[in-house]
Ligand binder design. Sequence first.
Ligand SMILES: [Zn+2]
Length: 144
Amino acid sequence: MYCNKCGSYIPSMRKVCSNCGTPVPDPNAPAPVVEPPPEKRPNGIAVAGLVMGILTVVFCLLPGIPFLTGLLGIIFSIAGIAKKNARSKGAAVAGLLLSIFGSALSVFALFAITIPGITKYLAKAKEAESYVRTMGAVFKTWIR
Ligand SMILES: [Zn+2]
């Protein structure tokens, strides 16, 4: 046979090329197993992260819910991104972005809608309280 590095003739009983020293492959050795790239694992948590991200954006105007879904979305998405050799990494990245975006929207909604509503409610309550006080004073003058 011939050396597959330098091309010199090697007598069949030699194990090393006399010209360059390259080991001769053993014809009886099993062919090297070429392993196919491992199939990527399904990534359920990444998909869960995406779903939570979508829910966060959809429910961003509701009080409470977006905080729960946003937190879960961020946790699931990061777990999905961190999962090695897994599919649906894009879904996990989208889930992370949507969760952050939805959470930001819900915080904005809280400040823009909920807090003015509470302020208005408190102002109304104060008004009612002063009304009751006035009525009380009127009643007192009647009692006397
Ligand atoms: Zn050789």
